[in-house]
Design a binder for this molecule. Sequence first.
Ligand code: PXG
Length: 274
Amino acid sequence: AEQAVINVFDHALLYGDGVFEGIRIYHGKIFKEQEHIQRFFESAKVIRLTLPMSPEQLSRAMYDTIRANGVTGDGYIRLVVTRGVGALGISIRRTANPTIIIIVDTISLYPVEVYERGLHCIISSITRNHVNALNPRIKSLNYLNNVLAKAEAHAAGADEAIMLGIDGHVCECTGDNIFVVRNGELLTPGTWEGLLEGIPRAVVMELARKRGIPVRETSLVRHDLFVAQEVFASGTAAEIVPITDISGIPVGDGKPGRITKQLTEDFAAYRNGV
Ligand code: PXG
């Protein structure tokens, strides 16, 4: 960490020009490696950035970095590709060589108490990026939209913010996807709302279906959150975390719900088995 440096003329620093991934290592193995690599290449493609490595080379480089850092158990990988170093000016013609950064680190998690009491959320006043502005499906280095919503949550004494799209539909949390349980059914905003298609999000839908819980991608508004029996978030870092308070209104009885707990157990079993 002391020796790795970035040039001040890198366009990632100057313009947020680049994309990233956050990936878990469980038992020394990269979780959902192919899915993360695919999303990384797709994010890069959409910003017109050609990665200087093949998916196979990238995989090897990640495992080399895991080994170099002596990680044999659990950990975290931050994968970044920047537009590279170039003269000032936003044109991508000013840069030639993208820089790939692979950070292997320990994972920063919510404390255990948060899983027991559930997250307290606000509904952010900051609208999620419009799909035709900066599509949230691109995991870009331009995360100010989310950073500001998270800061707003903290300023309000909450743990996390739920972000709405431009039409008032629920999108996602600042670094996690969102799920709602209503009348035995599991609902989550569809990708059309402008959200990151989370990799744990897909796992949650698969695990719920395996349990026989009906799952539906749909449009949700604030009202759906307030009348839900359960709400939870899913993401690489948090895995599954209950949401028990939204803008001071308790979710259900204000405690983590039954289906949330079941899916949390299923997720733990799944990732230990993969
Ligand atoms: N939505 C957004 C906006 C995200 O950034 C997710 C959903 C969940 O997707 P995955 O598949 O990546 O779990 C994310 C990803 C952090 C941190 O430090 C969190 C994310 C990305 C980078 C950093 O908390 N979440």
